[in-house]
Design a protein around this ligand. Structure first.
Ligand SMILES: NC(=O)c1ccc[n+]([C@@H]2O[C@H](COP(=O)([O-])OP(=O)(O)OC[C@H]3O[C@@H](n4cnc5c(N)ncnc54)[C@H](OP(=O)(O)O)[C@@H]3O)[C@@H](O)[C@H]2O)c1
Length: 290
């Protein structure tokens, strides 16, 4: 630590997760100072600019949220996805290693192929089935191999106030069309960025390095998630149809099973996340989306 204040640099600070880290109550005071950076401060593809910014800020830890997050676009441009998601992490991990800065990489359930019949543990072998998942898998490897002080945090199905997300899309489509078809054969955990933000800040203050799965509690299908959104917004009259993934042709395949076990999080003594249903209610009331 440089001083009495534990300084955290957040990349992608204007994105959906990054902005909730910036706004997290535990980010102000309590001996923590958060500094944000996005493409305007430095491009993560420019390691000299990254190193220069980091040397000016002198963080104790970096929470790396900046990424190429358009899963379908990554299929037609896997090279850019690989550069932004993996090569930039290679350089960032080297920068952190050389300066004893802790690095938390935000990763994804999409590193798994979804074929397992039960939830994935931190110990399960990744086998991505799309270009985005592959780029994040290489990011994980670079972070783990090059930076001894690294945390790899896999999360899933994020929703938050500062970004396009599933909750908003469902409510928009419900208002426009009055009926919806949503896939019911992909299962995972919706996760509120506000809850993940709080965990990431707590995590980087520790030296409990390694792989974590971090999501809100409970599992559902996208169809189940949509049903809960409509119910919570008093829109139970909207017709909701369950359809298989094949009904929606998309450039990138998605894993059918995105369920993640949170063994490392529990074992390390971190507070359990609330259920995704509780988080959804909070999100809807805080953002006034409904
Ligand atoms: N969203 C999900 O459901 C989900 C699920 C699992 C894991 N994750 C991971 O969680 C993290 C945060 O996701 P998110 O949904 O909050 O992402 P997001 O809203 O797309 O935010 C990403 C941010 O990174 C910035 N960025 C992109 N390329 C950059 C570059 N070359 N240099 C500097 N900044 C750059 C973006 O700026 P521009 O907007 O200007 O491009 C944006 O502000 C990502 O690592 C993602 O892979 C997300």
């Amino acid at each position: 630590m440089n001083s009495d204040v534990f300084k955290i640099l957040v990349t992608g600070s204007r994105g959906m997760l990054g902005s909730d880290i910036m706004n997290c109550p535990s980010a102000s005071g309590g001996g923590v100072k958060i500094v944000g950076s996005d493409i305007g401060e430095f491009d993560i593809l420019d390691p000299a600019a990254a190193a220069g910014f980091i040397d000016r800020v002198k963080p104790d830890a970096i929470i790396h949220c900046a990424a190429f997050t358009n899963v379908d676009a990554a299929e037609s441009d896997p090279e850019t996805a690989f550069k932004v998601n993996a090569m930039a992490v290679r350089d960032l991990a080297s920068i952190c290693a050389g300066r004893s800065i802790r690095l938390a990489l935000v990763s994804t359930d999409y590193v798994f192929d979804g074929e397992k019949k039960s939830p994935y543990g931190e110990y399960d072998q990744p086998a991505p089935i799309n270009a985005y998942g592959m780029s994040k898998y290489y990011a994980e490897r670079y972070a783990a191999q090059l930076c001894r002080h690294s945390f790899i945090v896999r999360t899933s199905w994020l929703f938050g106030s500062n970004g396009p997300n599933f909750v908003r899309s469902i409510l928009k489509k419900a208002a426009e069309a009055g009926e919806l078809s949503v896939v019911d054969d992909q299962i995972g955990s919706p996760t509120y960025t506000k809850d993940l933000a709080r965990f990431l800040i707590e995590l980087v203050k520790t030296e409990k390095y390694g792989i974590y799965h971090a999501t809100n509690e409970g599992f559902c299908s996208w169809h189940g998630f949509a049903a809960e959104i409509l119910k919570a917004c008093g829109l139970s009259g909207v017709k909701l149809y369950a359809v298989p993934s094949e009904a929606f042709e998309r450039p990138a395949d998605r894993p059918k099973n995105s369920r993640l076990l949170k063994t490392a999080l529990y074992y390390s003594g971190f507070e359990k996340f609330r259920t995704w249903q509780e988080a959804l209610i909070d999100y809807l009331s805080e953002t006034g989306v409904s």
